[in-house]
Design a protein around this ligand. Structure first.
Ligand code: CAA
Length: 242
């Protein structure tokens, strides 16, 4: 039986690597994206993974997207809530819009997408929901009250839904990446990255998106059926919390 996986924000950055890794493990994958048509088309041509455009912060758009994917590929077995944005600013400079945008795309999306697949997972007594959080939702980060709050929210959501899904064969976990070699991290001022961030990473380098993807494919697999409500930190020792 081929399982169906949806990866939000699945055509760029960490999501790009997750979509490909799941495809290589034999899943039928749908990669959602929000805005960058050129990158999405290139991704589809290069990988053969179909792409679907909708805004994960908009519940009705998610409902249409889930319906479309289900019609094309079948009911969704694995949901990877990966889509995320940053709007970094110190709180004393942050606008209400910067706060709302990040909470909407990074946290509301997890409710929207999970709510829309949960009935079908419960009925079929199988599901994997993997929320891509962040080291900064674990430890906090200057300039990221919005992002740290959204990502910490993902952990609370995960723990609560893990209880609800446990008796129905549904596991719910987070992967919390550290600083990964993607466009999002490249947007951090170079001086801050070089002097304040990389020196704090014990392994001495940024992570690679494929290193996150391997954690996700593990949590999606049958081998991980007894792991639920957990957070897998993949951060090069940058934040060690046991
Ligand atoms: N750690 C410690 N100190 C920091 C810091 C950091 N990461 N970033 C900034 N500072 C310090 C600055 O050195 C400065 O100190 P002084 O006042 O003593 O000079 C002070 O904070 C204010 O910094 P700026 O003058 O640069 O203030 P700003 O308003 O122009 O910008 C900022 C502040 C938005 C925090 C900016 O420095 C920034 O973008 N920092 C990076 C934030 C970050 O790490 N974001 C992560 C993005 S990647 C991601 O989110 C993916 C993921 O999941 C990990």
């Amino acid at each position: 039986m081929t399982r169906v996986a949806v990866v939000t924000g699945g055509t760029r950055g960490i999501g790009h690597a997750i979509s490909i890794a799941l495809k290589n493990k034999g899943y039928r994958v749908a990669a959602n994206y929000a805005g960058n048509d050129a990158a999405a088309q290139q991704f589809q041509v290069e990988t053969g993974i179909p792409v679907y455009k909708w805004n994960v912060g908009d519940y009705d758009a998610c409902a249409k997207g889930v319906e479309e994917v289900t019609k094309a590929l079948g009911p969704i077995d694995v949901l990877v809530n990966n889509a995320g944005i940053t709007r970094d600013a110190m709180l004393h400079k942050m606008t209400p819009e910067q706060w709302r945008e990040v909470i909407n795309v990074d946290l509301d999306s997890i409710f929207n997408m999970s709510r829309l697949v949960i009935d079908s997972m419960r009925n079929r007594k199988f599901g994997r929901i993997i929320n891509i959080s962040s080291i900064n939702g674990r430890k906090g980060q200057m300039g990221q009250t919005n992002y740290s709050a959204a990502k910490a929210g993902a952990h609370g959501f995960t723990k609560a839904l893990a209880f609800e899904g446990a008796s129905k064969g549904i596991t719910v976990n987070t992967v919390a990446p550290g600083y990964i070699n993607t466009e999002m991290v490249a947007a951090v001022p170079k001086e801050v990255l070089d002097t304040k961030i990389i020196p704090q990473i014990p392994v001495g380098r940024l992570g690679e998106a494929e290193e996150i993807a391997r954690a996700v494919t593990f949590l999606a697999s049958d081998d991980a059926g007894f792991i639920t409500g957990a957070c897998l930190d993949v951060n090069g020792g940058h934040y060690i919390a046991l």
